[in-house]
Ligand binder design. Structure first.
Ligand SMILES: [Zn+2]
Length: 459
């Protein structure tokens, strides 16, 4: 397939932060071949391009990178939004997730991926349950995915029922073995569109020994590592009590940190944590929307000032990157009490290049540049919410007013998956209907107890 976009505004997110106007971009197969003046590229490629898209009302962005998500949690939507972080993880979501079969996970993930693509997400790092079936959903929908299977050496039942930690290396190694199986089965599929990570679950539920073993396997397999990092106050407290170190130094001593490490959330960080992450060239997935929903704001500006690479993630139940982008700007300002920072370009960079860097693919995606893989989003800019549209306000309009409904086209590796605002990689109506039917069955089996909603927060 070859596509010529013409008369477009192109937000390149290249090293100079160039925004081009009245420009064209020619894509052939999976690559961006050339970017430049519309008249010139039209003369060069206009006759041979299989499709010419007049993007005079469009703005092209690099595909968004969602650095942390759980697509199967789509089935929990509306259930875990009004409880504490601790109750969500160890309480209310558990009964629903435990009631999900492989089929349920497959159909939930498929719909979540379609939602992501419709909001311009072209790459996602995703973990949950029945990950082989989730992998099938990623293969089928066309999204670029980094799959991983969570594991831990703490006993989850004991933690849920008694709030007590009991670690077993045997349990941890069994979980790591299963996670390695997923990597060996899925990593590199679809010409490399499907890849894997190793992701122990949360920093308080793993031992330094399991972190060291995970690093050994990750290096052997050539995959990156990730973990939920200090999402609630209890996690760093537990690390100190159990191992005598805060999470950052604990991971550093276990040899777990490195440029291929992404810590998800990173809310309750101490200076020692930030220093350890910065010293080891680590990345963080900032998930502003779910954090704010649970009354938390991560110290994003502190992390960025220290030199940590910060990307954006949607996490559970939220799969709309334009909402994540908008919230990222708002919570940053609330935290530092300054409406002049960050500049919208910083947020766009976080949603694209920083995410690509976290996953180690910034040489291939994350910006619109010649020779790069064609992961592209085209926003329809001729909308009331962006009016008046002038050249200078493109980034500000996207960050503050952007909406997924305006994603006119999403392309992953040169393949158009959202076209004219509709998912065209499969039957969207059937995908939605199946997720609805399966969700109803899951909730029926889970016998959801609404009283739990008011159980209050621990940790
Ligand atoms: Zn998560």
């Amino acid at each position: 397939m070859s596509v010529l976009f013409e008369n477009a505004t192109i937000v390149t997110v290249n090293s100079g932060g160039d925004i081009l106007h009245d420009s064209a971009m020619y894509v052939k197969e999976d690559r961006i071949v050339e970017i430049g003046d519309t008249a010139r590229l039209k003369a060069k490629y206009g006759d041979t391009a299989e499709r010419v898209i007049d993007a005079k009302d469009g703005v092209l962005f690099p595909g968004f990178v969602n650095t942390h998500s759980h697509s199967v949690a789509l089935a929990c939507r509306g259930r875990a939004e009004d409880v504490s972080n601790w109750d969500a993880i160890w309480g209310v979501m558990g009964s629903i997730r435990d009631s999900m079969t492989g089929d349920d996970c497959y159909v939930a993930s498929r719909l979540a991926y379609v939602e992501m693509l419709r909001s311009g997400i072209t790459t996602v790092a995703d973990s949950g349950a029945h990950m082989l079936r989730v992998g099938e959903a990623a293969i089928e929908t066309g999204i670029r995915a980094y799959l991983h299977q969570n594991f831990r050496d703490a006993d989850a039942t004991l933690l849920r029922d008694e709030g007590r930690y009991e670690y077993s290396m045997e349990r941890g190694m069994k979980g790591l073995g299963d996670a390695v199986d997923l990597v060996e089965t899925m990593h590199g599929k679809e010409g490399g569109r499907i890849r894997c990570l190793l992701g122990p679950q949360t920093i308080d539920t793993v031992s330094p020994k399991l972190l060291a073993a995970t690093r050994g396997e990750a290096d052997r397999l050539g995959v990156g590592v990730t973990i939920h990092l200090s999402q609630n106050e209890r996690e760093p407290r537990q690390c100190l009590e159990a191992w005598g170190d805060l999470p950052g130094p604990m991971m550093e001593k276990a040899g777990f940190l490195g440029p291929d490490f992404t810590g998800a959330h990173a809310i309750f960080l101490h200076d020692e944590d930030i220093q350890a992450l910065a010293r080891n060239d680590c990345s963080v997935s900032h998930n502003p929307q779910i954090n704010a929903k649970r009354a938390h704001i991560a110290p994003v500006s502190d992390m960025i000032e220290a030199g940590i690479n910060v990307g954006l993630g949607s996490d559970n139940m939220f799969y709309d990157m334009l909402e994540v982008i908008k919230t990222a700007g708002i919570v940053w300002r609330l935290r530092v009490k300054d409406p002049t920072v960050p500049h919208p370009s910083t947020i766009v960079q976080m949603a694209t290049m920083n995410g690509a860097r976290a996953l180690g693919i910034d040489d291939a995606v994350g910006s619109l540049e010649e020779g790069k893989v064609a992961d592209v989003v085209m926003m329809d800019y001729a909308r009331a919410r962006y009016t008046p549209r002038v050249r200078e306000n493109v980034l500000s309009n996207l960050v503050h007013f952007g909406a997924a409904d305006d994603v006119a086209l999403t392309m992953v590796g040169g393949r158009i998956l959202v076209d004219d605002h509709r998912y065209v990689g499969g039957n969207e109506e059937a995908i939605l209907e199946e997720a609805q039917r399966s969700g109803e069955e899951v909730w029926e089996r889970a016998k959801v107890d609404w009283e739990l909603r008011t159980s209050g927060g621990k940790g």
